[in-house]
Design a protein around this ligand. Structure first.
Ligand code: FAD
Length: 472
């Protein structure tokens, strides 16, 4: 079939497939630099992040935090009789938050004169994109930002009733009484934490030796202890082998490990996400896709076809919304012919919003030692922090590592790791320190307000200079 470029269509400076964080960031940044931009989106702009990911998941975690505050209010002398949760109200609130943000984003895109075209798109080569309504659009540059979808595992077909992925969980109107979460990564732990706080009996089944793989061991240990104290059953180093749905009651029995099993109402499969590259490219495209389905890119997000870029979850980098933003900016700057620093993936910020929260940037102590880097490590537990005591949230710590200089003093800060109250909002200083390659001597000159949670970071860094106030 010979496809003709629609006579009514323009040639855009940038044509984007997918309106998630990667795609809409490219569009907004490109439009603000004066480029003509169109985005083809098959569902709603905002993508996984806004509709089925970051935002709804965090909204429910806030619901859990509100419930914790109410059930723990008696400690402050506040009596609340028999607190209960109506999850349909929580679901409606979550949807309201999502819809408000979606309207805001749509308005912003319209305001920047970004054309949003509804439909599923396929890249057909030579800068041309075929939309499901038959139109063919053309871009001087094309950015592929089709994102990702949840993975499943053999023996666990997603039916949306007993076996779910994050997509279905975030649409629930009522909470199951018991849940098995397969996969103890960031998303799995967030769901486990939220559901346990709202009263469900939760079991985490993780194949690797620890939950939150990749997170500093001291940090992961704090989360594990808190989970266990709150009644979450955590099994690590276990593989799941299948499940047997109950014949006479709701739910199923999940089989795992060495002949072990757990009976639950719902199974949440949280084993990662696969790139959405299936059906995205036709034979005319010269864009290489690797064996796992990720689009291959270089440090400027260029694919193997000239003028075609790919960003976000579609490429084999950290699957985080803000990484999509950063990659989109790199791609647009490259298109504009500007000087651009590629994303340094070893120093990006990571945040996990389970209770207690986790936030980090840079090397873990284990990774530094494996790489043969001599480091000095200091830790400050939140137990000694005034604000954490006031909040009644003392689980957690701040851990900072710096390279050890030949004279034994601390050089560049290499990693900042936090677990505890609101650490996702406290990482900023640590992220800057790591990326600025600042030394403890430099950072410790800055004053932290008192009493704040962020004093823990200041104290830890000061301790690295060899002279701490409260931390030795
Ligand atoms: P997506 O957001 O997946 O967007 C891709 C868009 O492309 C979609 O709108 C899709 O409809 C559209 N599309 C796909 N194919 C086509 C096509 N052929 N034609 C037209 N349109 C198409 N990240 C964080 O940074 N912080 C978090 O706290 C966080 N929490 C998460 C919680 C959950 C439960 C999940 C599932 C994810 C979470 N993430 C989080 C990850 C984050 O959502 C993703 O990294 C991010 O959405 C990826 O952005 P993207 O633009 O690459 O892809």
């Amino acid at each position: 079939m010979i496809l003709e470029v629609s006579p009514t269509s323009d040639i855009y400076d940038v044509l984007v497939i997918g309106g998630g964080p990667g795609g809409y960031a490219a569009a907004l940044y490109g439009a603000s630099a004066g480029l003509s931009v169109a985005v083809v989106e098959k569902e709603k702009v905002g993508g996984t992040c806004l509709h089925r990911g970051c935002v709804p998941a965090k909204e429910f975690l806030e619901t859990a935090a509100a419930f914790r505050a109410v059930t723990g209010a008696s400690e402050f002398g506040i009596t609340v009789a028999d607190p209960r949760i109506d999850f349909s109200v929580s679901q409606a609130r979550k949807q309201k938050v999502v819809d408000q943000l979606w309207k805001g984003l749509s308005g912003l895109m319209k305001g920047r004169k970004i054309e949003v075209i509804e439909g599923a798109a396929k890249y057909i080569g030579s800068g041309r994109v075929e939309v499901s309504d038959g139109r063919v659009l053309e871009g001087q540059n094309v950015i592929l930002a089709a994102g990702s979808v949840p993975r499943s595992i053999p023996g666990f077909d997603i039916d949306g009733k007993i076996v779910m992925t994050s997509d279905e969980v975030l649409s629930l109107d009522s909470l199951p009484a018991s849940v098995a979460v397969i996969g103890g990564g960031a998303i799995g732990c967030e769901f486990a934490s939220m559901m346990a706080d709202l009263g469900a009996k939760v079991t985490i089944l993780e194949a690797l030796p620890q939950i939150l793989t990749g997170v500093d061991k001291d940090v992961a240990e704090v989360v594990l202890k808190s989970f266990r104290r709150r009644g979450i059953n955590v099994h690590t180093g276990v593989a799941v082998s299948g499940h047997t749905p109950h014949a006479d009651s709701i739910g199923t029995t999940v089989h795992f490990g060495d002949q072990q099993s757990v009976s639950v109402e719902v199974v949440i499969v949280s084993v990662g996400r696969r790139p959405n590259s299936e059906g995205l490219l036709s034979a005319g495209a010269e864009v290489e896709v690797d064996q796992r389905g990720f689009v291959t890119v270089d440090q400027y997000m260029r694919t193997t076809e000239q003028g075609v870029y790919a960003v976000g979850d579609l490429v084999a980098t950290a699957q985080l919304a803000h990484i999509g933003f950063a990659e989109a900016i790199v791609a647009i700057k490259h298109i504009l012919g500007e000087q651009v620093a590629p994303v340094d993936y070893s120093k990006v910020p990571w945040c996990i919003y389970c209770h207690p929260e986790v936030a980090f940037a840079g090397l873990t102590e284990e990774a530094a030692r494996t790489a043969g880097i001599d480091v000095i490590v200091k830790k400050d537990p939140f137990g000694g922090n005034s604000r954490a005591r006031i909040l009644g949230e003392t689980d957690g710590l701040v851990k900072v590592l710096a390279e050890r200089l030949p004279d034994g003093s601390a050089g560049r800060i290499l990693g900042v790791h936090m677990v505890g109250p609101w650490v996702t909002e406290q990482l900023g200083q640590g992220y800057l320190a790591v990326n600025w390659e600042a030394t403890p001597e430099e950072v410790s000159q800055f004053i932290q307000p008192h009493p704040t949670l962020s004093e823990a970071f200041g104290e830890t860094v000061m301790a690295l200079t060899g002279r701490g106030l409260h931390v030795g």
